[in-house]
Design a protein around this ligand. Structure first.
Ligand code: CA
Length: 226
């Protein structure tokens, strides 16, 4: 069970992480909101514990941006009674649960276990184009039955989006809006770069061409898998 703890109070973070590790969680710690957002976008976690008052980016901003980027990892927010916001705000913004500080470790653990259980998914549908197969539940990508392909979370998200719209021309801006978050302000050519990465993994080794470039319009993932 992989857990991301976003908490700027180092002593508290270490104490909680130590307890969780002893209870079988693999814990990553981020000490500010920006780092937390980055980690939560780049790696797959089973659950995130997110403090509200954080340097650089508040917990509210983090949860808002993650949900806008379609990262649905269950989030438990740590709120303060005298804070500027209350628990209702946390839930409105897309958190799944909250705990008010100070809390006991035992209560935190109970909430986390319930959250992970609840999130045990309605299994999403396996997507495919020809022999190219992506299973959102296990996060596996395969060419045929035997060749498993290892993708980064971003590559995975891009392939998932292209597979959902297989056979259609998808513009770069569609891809940006759906695979990066809506606040992304970097170079839109990042899409080309990632299409290149994907081709190197899902096409080149198999001598296939599944992702077509449609000049001036965008990309199309062939329904037959190339
Ligand atoms: Ca804090």
């Amino acid at each position: 069970m992989r857990l991301l703890l976003v908490e700027d109070e180092a002593r508290m973070a270490d104490a909680v992480a130590g307890g969780l590790a002893a209870d079988g969680f693999t814990v990553d710690i981020a000490h500010d909101g920006q780092d937390g957002l980055w980690r939560a976008s780049e790696r797959v976690y089973d659950v995130i514990v997110l403090d509200i008052m954080l340097p650089k980016l508040s917990g509210y901003e983090v949860v808002k941006r993650l949900r806008a980027a379609k990262v649905w990892t269950p989030i438990l927010m740590l709120t303060a009674k005298d804070g500027e916001y209350d628990q209702a705000d946390a839930l409105d913004l897309g958190a799944d649960d909250y705990l008010t500080k100070p809390f006991s470790y035992v209560v935190l653990l109970a909430h986390l276990r319930a959250l992970v259980r609840r999130a045990a998914p309605a299994r999403p549908v396996v997507l495919s184009a020809g022999d190219l197969i992506l299973d959102p539940a296990t996060r596996r990508v395969q060419r045929g039955a035997d060749d498993e392909i290892s993708l980064t979370p971003r590559e995975f998200a891009m392939l998932q989006y292209l597979l959902r719209r297989r056979g259609e021309v998808v513009s770069k801006s569609d891809i940006l809006a759906n695979v990066w978050d809506e606040f992304y302000e970097g170079d839109p050519n990042i899409v080309e770069v990632y299409v290149g990465y994907l081709r190197k993994k899902i096409d080149t080794p198999f001598d296939r061409r599944s992702i077509e470039t449609v000049r001036g319009a965008g990309y199309r993932l062939r329904s037959d898998g190339g």
